[in-house]
Design a protein around this ligand. Sequence first.
Ligand SMILES: [Zn+2]
Length: 247
Amino acid sequence: MKITRQKHAKKHLGFFRNNFGVREPYQILLDGTFCQAALRGRIQLREQLPRYLMGETQLCTTRCVLKELETLGKDLYGAKLIAQKCQVRNCPHFKNPVSGSECLLSMVEEGNPHHYFVATQDQNLSMKVKKKPGVPLMFIIQNTIVLDKPSPKTIAFVKAVESGQLVSVHEKQSIKQLKEEKGLVKNPEQRRKKKHKKVSGPNPLSCLKKKKRAQDTKSSASEKKRKRKRIRNRSASKVLTEKQNAE
Ligand SMILES: [Zn+2]
């Protein structure tokens, strides 16, 4: 049983490595529910996770998850201790903490650039994670750790990339690197220099003046009309004030 479980994990990991650039050390984001399940199943995450994934792992969590565990009190004391031993990764909720699940979901936004695995027992969070392509999902079932198979959304995404409809984030990064290496993309400093040259050129200002003069001569007729109108308006207002005065 154990061998087939590990074979599946190896296969799924290979898929994420090839298509999404997932690399060791595997960054595993834990939430409170996963810590609690590990505690109940007497699973030593630090020993078992690297063995199961056959590679170096880093257990990490966020401040929001820790905060949530603190507020949940004594029942989750053990889970809190496990979470506190994880590395704390920066999330965007420094001032206003959100729920653990909302926070972990935000950590894998925009193509999961840090290649996080999400480890949770929360069905609701799992569903949402599965809708984002390229996020490996882990959970504990019958006291064993499981790396879920790539979600249908993830597989569809890879197929779209293969058929040329999409470019994956991983590919974008390597394309950008290649371009920079071959000098196809100029770095920002060079761009700034170019802009400077354009501004210091002598011609544009003198050209502008000439244009203005040309426009002036053309529009002189219409300006005269405007003046006439203004005069009319003035006289009209005079008439009005005169009327008012008379009243
Ligand atoms: Zn957060």
